[in-house]
Design a protein around this ligand. Structure first.
Ligand code: GDD
Ligand code: MN
Length: 391
């Protein structure tokens, strides 16, 4: 290692395996990791503000900056501060890089009971850490700062960046409904998690999305969210590039293959299949046997499918998610009714066009409309119904 290793408070690591210990003998409550790359102009202000807020809160904490050997020597700026501010550590990673792995590296060297991450560029308001800490009551294992709750927002993102972020979220919902659907801001890079959730779970993230990894691989029962406004970056620029979006896709696919998650997806798809069969059987019975008209029969059949979907997701697919109370269940039912109800309307239009304009046999038309529209609706419908399963 170069002579920099003689700088006090500077811990240097290479690209080594990182495991998070299930417990530490330390009395530290919070270990907050700050991943940095070329943040020399921003990092001091953030650290001083965090230090002030957490000291005022009376929390025993450590701030762990994990810097990937920044050309602007961010690690040196922090090492200088560590002389003055207690509870500040700086880790200089040499020979490897990546936001998510930097966070895991910091957590693997941490000592607190609650682990956290916050960006080092000042875009995540340090003050929000207090509301995240307050959200971490005994039952809550993850507390996420969300831009998409009332009171939250994104100050300076371009429409393109907003669209990309929302698109990434919608794609994640299709592939990992049981994970992405749990929070309003799965892309958040600002959150807290209890040590026992991530200890020994072999977190292996790609790119930027640590929260995705925690929610997908950790056995998380209770998640809380608190709103925050993502601030303007005042100095330097975002390191997010097209490669990060490719990394995100790879990350989604990898988690899709993860045994636990595919179990959730298998259940999810089985419920859709069962709902489709129940829908078709109901249609056959009322249209063919009872002789009711086409639209009424298809509406009743569609409604049976919707209610069955919500009931089975509630009781089976997402059974592990504590549906806190009846209001949650009703809210989910209304969400599913809206999402799938709109699709049912589309399906009825397609059905009537096929029968009345193209003279198709009603049963054949029903099956075409059912298979063409309903499955996609179920997958997207989860966006409205399951993101609300929060403490
Ligand atoms: N150690 C390390 N290594 N840190 C990194 C790396 C890296 O390869 N890349 C970025 N960082 C640090 C930056 O220095 C900054 O402190 C933080 O990670 C976020 O990086 P940005 O490049 O500023 O990301 P962003 O502002 O576009 O997006 C952030 O906010 C989004 C919304 O919360 C990120 O946190 C995203 O993950 C998040 O979705
Ligand atoms: Mn940023």
């Amino acid at each position: 290692m170069t002579d920099d290793s003689l700088i006090p408070h500077l811990e240097q690591v290479g690209d080594q395996p990182t495991t998070i210990a299930s417990e530490t003998s330390s009395a530290i409550q919070l270990s907050l990791v700050i991943p940095t790359y070329d943040e020399a102009p921003n990092i001091e202000r953030l650290i001083r503000r965090l230090h002030e807020v957490l000291t005022a809160k009376g929390v025993s904490f450590e701030l762990i900056v994990v810097d990937d050997d920044s050309p602007d020597r961010t690690w040196e700026v922090v090492a200088g501060l560590a002389n003055e501010l207690n509870g500040l550590r700086v880790i200089r990673r040499v020979g490897t890089s990546g936001l998510a792995t930097a966070v895991i590296c910091g957590w693997s060297l941490s000592r607190g009971e609650i682990l956290g991450v916050i960006d080092g560029d000042g875009q995540h308001p340090p003050e929000a850490i207090t509301s995240l800490l307050e959200a971490m009551d005994e039952q809550t294992e993850v507390a996420v700062a969300s831009r998409h709750l009332d009171g939250g927002g994104t100050s300076d993102w371009s429409p393109v960046r907003r669209l990309l972020s929302r698109g990434a979220q919608a794609l994640g919902l299709l592939l990992l409904p049981g994970t992405i659907g749990r929070v309003t801001d799965p892309m958040s890079g600002y959150f807290l998690v209890r040590r026992r959730i991530v200890a020994g779970t072999g977190l292996d993230p790609v790119g930027y999305k640590v929260l995705l990894e925690v929610l997908a691989r950790g056995e998380v029962q209770q998640v809380a969210e608190r709103p925050y406004v993502f601030l303007e970056r005042t100095k330097g620029e975002s390191k997010v590039s097209a490669a990060h979006y490719v990394g995100y896709l790879r990350h989604l696919m990898r988690l899709r293959l993860y045994p636990l998650r595919s179990r959730a997806l298998v259940r999810y798809l089985l419920v859709i299949a069962v709902a489709l069969v129940a829908d078709a059987v109901t249609f056959l019975w009322v249209f063919d046997r009872q002789g009711w008209n086409l639209t009424r029969s298809a509406t009743i059949a569609g409604e049976v499918g919707i209610l069955l979907t919500v009931a089975l997701h509630d009781l089976w697919t997402f059974a592990g998610r504590a549906a806190r109370n009846t209001v949650d269940r009703i809210r989910r039912l209304v969400g599913a009714q809206i999402a799938l109800g709109v699709l049912l309307g589309g399906r009825l239009a397609v059905l009537n066009i096929l029968v009345n304009w193209f003279d198709l046999d009603p049963l054949a038309a029903f099956l075409i409309a059912l298979v063409a529209i309903t499955p996609a609706g179920h997958l997207l419908g989860s966006r409205l119904t399951w993101r609300g399963v929060l403490s």
